[in-house]
Design a binder for this molecule. Sequence first.
Ligand code: B3K
Ligand code: ZN
Length: 853
Amino acid sequence: MKDAAPQTIYLKDYTPFGFAVESVSLTFRLHPTATRVISKIRFTPIPDASDTRFFLHGEQLKLISAKIDGVEINTKMVVGGLEADVPDVPFTWETEVEINPQANTALEGLYMSNGMYCTQCEAEGFRKITFYPDRPDVMSVFDVKIEADGDNTPIMLSNGNGVELSKARATWSDPWPKPAYLFALVAGELIAHRDTFTTLSDKQVQLAIWVRPGDEHKCAFGMEALKKSMKWDEDIYGREYDLDEFNIVAVDDFNMGAMENKGLNVFNSSCVLASPETATDGNFERIEAIIAHEYFHNWTGNRITCRDWFQLCLKEGLTVFRDAQFTADMRSEPVKRIDDVITLRARQFPEDQGPLSHPVRPESFQEINNFYTATVYEKGAEVIGMLKTLVGDEAYSQALDLYFMRHDGQACTIEDWIAVFEESTGRDLNQFKLWYSQSGTPEVAVREAYDGTTFTLHLSQSSAPTPGQSQKAAQVIPVAVGLLNDNGDEILATQVLELTQEEQSFTFEGHASRPIPSVLRGFSAPVTLRQDIDNTRRAFLLAHDTDAFNRWEAGRDLARDSLLGAVLEGTPHNTAYLQGLKAVLSDETLDPAYRALMLGQPSQSELASELHKMGHTPDPAAIHTASEALRRAKAEAFADLLPGLYADNQVAGTFSPDAGPAGQRSLANAALSLLTRLDQGKTAAQQYASADNMTLQLAGLSALLDAEKGEDALEAFYDQWQNDRLVIDKWFSMQVMHAKPTALTKTVRKLCDHPDFEWKNPNRFRAVMGMLAAHHAGFHHESGGAYELLADWLIRLDPVNPQTTARMCAAFQTWKRYDQTRQTMIQGQLERIASQNGLSRDTTEMVTRILEG
Ligand code: B3K
Ligand code: ZN
């Protein structure tokens, strides 16, 4: 829990720190319950600084001594840190503090995970390690000495280059100035999987992935991903690595995916460890992307960092955009785009359309950890994508070169970023900047007109009010459009229309017959599109659109309307959709991964949101029934096709996680899921029994659970994998995901009693509670039992780990979509959480925003 009382911080109040930090030297004497941290920091007062107060952040620290230039001084303890009288000339500040890593269950600062020392400092964890100006605009070089009892901690790592490494002592030096949030230390019994990389300028970098003994065989894929990322960043962005070594460590207890500490990336073990037997294709792809993401931060985040935490999207939006480009290059561009849009709609849209809505650059916060959101990350990346679309690829590249050249070594703002683009392109980006300050998802409505030669698209935009923003100004929205003729030939290649006003018309001359537009190609802006077109048109686009994204989107729209019709009017599922989809599935010229995505359908939560927007009150049970019915309808409509799809996409030979074979497996598994509805799990049982990799094994298990024939397989799965934590997480999740809506709380309660439900481990907690919240029909079951169960566990977790608790409160963010009874039940649970004594700042802020928004 935080020491500081809740306080709202505003972007407009930014003031620079009055002192520069020239150097930091830290000594750690590691001990599980009483680690000593000795700091020696060289401060220089900044002439004419507006704020001359010498305030250092510090939380949960026991101060042993404080000196200035070698002389003991008195300090004044204040909320969140200390103050002291300091000279007006450069001076050396020294403190010794004691901290207790073992007691640190919040996993922020220095903590212990299975006997291993580990740190997480972003955003404000360094203040739990020593007194320091813990703000990203204070950058310094760091030297670190680590001392320990060599038996338990033979390996001791920190940022930068290793200088002296012995059994009981290690010294590290990081020559690149960095903010404290990029500090890292790891110590414990670790084994390295090593490799090297030779950079553009022929420098050899030593690479290592450090893991616990026993996990060595799960590092090879991550290492390949790292080397590919290093190469890609040189090739595409001209960015070279800048230290002699690059270390990655896998840690079991971690609040998020990974952390880009300079030269020492720390990873949640689930985001780096993989072997064919234990990781699915989805895991492999995610690992590759996260390794790339953290590596890319070396330039977008570390060399150029953020002035303050309001600028978080400066590094996160850009780095997500870069990792998406990387995945698209390594794998398939349309498949990656579709995956990202599915995620954006599932995670960012609900955020932006509910009480937690905030701009990509927020203007205030109480707890910054609550703003590592889909809006900052994923919408932040969409904003970069739009900018690139608007200025063009070449101008984007030039602007990035200028950004790296001009701002290397600085802590920057969105204004700096925009200025680089304005200067290098000559374009006025004032209106574009609204994407950073205006929250909510704009809606773009499309109307068509044709007079025999001229085809016109009338576009209009609007944005619903969001918390704190009742009025919205028109934004600049790049709408990529192509035109097709009746035969499906492209008669106008993709063009970007710039919608800058509330209403605008765009004309296309010289069309002797009415063209068919394909609008918002590649999902060129994070908006919702309202296009008054019928199913015949959609079926045409599903069959012919030359833009792969929009072709998928046409199928998705058909599926959505079919589902909405079934929910609202009980209409049977749309045959145009089923026939069109069948043609796509049978088209062997199409990438299997793409065809697998085509087989998907909007999630139940997405349908609930859609119904809510249409003015209906969503009924989770009816949505569940309709979704299941559509799957069954597909199984029946494709009965003659499925066995062939399944058989033709079996991959022979040694397992490879590459996009090609992974795509085939995803199509075969999508076919299996439908086939199971026809053969009562016969094929699934065979697949489960013969699977030699986790992708096939888990898909087999999943299908068997769907067919209610999974009991034996579940038991066998547990017996086989009980010693592998990451696989056992899957075992927990699977059971929650596949529970019947009426049995969900019972299933989850039973799992919570399982001896392996180590609830203090974030991965395990999320495997169960995250899945509970994601099970739409079960979570929103009319009994309200799941609401209560989740609230019980959030109340239990909060004193242990506020960050993970607060994040999971978002499960309740959509509460106002539902009927009065459900709303009252959810409100009751939110109020119950809010009323807990000593509730963390993190959770208090989230619950308050959800209740009040
Ligand atoms: N920058 C970290 C996230 C830190 C989260 C702090 N609550 C990982 C990433 O975005 O790469
Ligand atoms: Zn990041």
